[in-house]
Design a protein around this ligand. Structure first.
Ligand SMILES: [Zn+2]
Length: 314
């Protein structure tokens, strides 16, 4: 029994020792394992921190990029707004341009404006004289010089455009359209355009065409044969309702006093009138009296396009 008790006690103590040994071993391993685990977690933490730091840098860079993009967007928005404004201005201008192929001889009769138009320019000194008179009276006009006179004296027409004078196509050689073939008509119109473009050094855009001698445009109607050719150019036919040639020179010749010309124009001009004159001596000599007389009648000389903005009478 004693032996058995001793044996039993021995087994218990062995078991306790084994448990103790296991506990020590486990604790030792646990501590070692904990150390490895902590080290591993420290590393993880450090790499996570460094990743966070890197992300902060990236966020900072992204914020800078966003700020830069916001500035660019604001600039683009401003530019787009300016472009939209320009576009609506252009559309407004386009809307006020006369439709191509229209015959125009009179503006709105309830306006206080008239258009003085002066043709041909066969005598350059008279063009210079007219420019001086218009400038000193602070008045404007529309000239229909022939293309070959523009080529001969480009400087005068550079000055005219500089002075705000409007120019219209009157063909290159002043040939009657009715005596030309369609290809000759286009050559005449193109010739005028090339002459003014060369004189100015840039493309001069005009919406006005005046047929020499009114040939091909009778009775205020577009001639079926010649009208469509002109219409293809987006040009409108600029006729008139007051004409010194038909009114005076045709019956009296060019030897008339300037006062006769001025009286004729002033007694026939009314609101919306388009006055046709030529670079002839009596017409240009009468120009100062015409300008003063129009002013006295409360009529302001404007360009054809300005007159047309008052809505045309076809
Ligand atoms: Zn002419």
């Amino acid at each position: 029994m004693r032996h058995g008790r001793r044996s039993g006690s021995c087994w218990v103590s062995w078991l306790l020792s084994a448990v103790l040994l296991l506990a020590i071993s486990f604790t030792y391993d646990w501590g070692h394992a904990s150390q490895i685990l902590f080290a591993y977690e420290r590393n993880e933490l450090q790499s996570a921190r460094s990743e966070i730091d890197q992300n902060h840098v990236k966020i900072g860079e992204l914020q800078q990029a966003i700020a830069q993009l916001s500035i660019e967007l604001a600039q683009e928005t401003k530019a787009a707004k300016e472009l939209r404004q320009q576009l609506s201005k252009l559309q407004a201008t386009k809307a006020s341009d006369p439709p191509a192929g229209v015959i125009f001889y009179q503006g709105n009769t309830s306006s206080k404006e008239v258009a003085i138009t002066i043709d041909d320019a066969f005598v350059p000194s008279l063009v210079e004289k007219a420019l001086g008179i218009l400038a000193s009276n602070r008045a404007t006009a529309t000239f229909f010089p022939v293309g070959r006179m523009i080529s001969a004296d480009p400087g005068i027409f550079r000055q005219a455009v500089k002075d705000g004078i409007q120019l219209g196509n009157h063909t290159y050689d002043h040939e009657w359209l009715t005596q030309l073939t369609p290809s000759q008509i286009t050559a005449q119109i193109d010739g005028w355009q090339n002459a003014i473009d060369q004189a100015l050094g840039y493309h001069y855009d005009t919406v006005w065409f005046r047929p020499p001698g009114m040939a091909g445009f009778t009775s205020r109607q577009l001639d079926k044969k010649y009208g469509p050719i002109v219409g293809k150019y987006d040009l409108n036919v600029a006729l008139w309702d007051v004409d010194t040639y038909t009114g005076i020179y045709k019956s009296k010749g060019l030897n008339v006093a300037p006062s006769v010309v001025a009286d004729y124009v002033l007694s026939h001009a009314h609101p919306g009138s388009v006055i046709l004159m030529h670079f002839d001596t009596p017409d240009i000599a009468a120009l100062p009296a015409i300008l003063q007389g129009l002013e006295a009648k409360g009529l302001k000389p404007v360009t054809l396009s300005k007159l047309y903005n008052y809505s045309p009478t076809k």
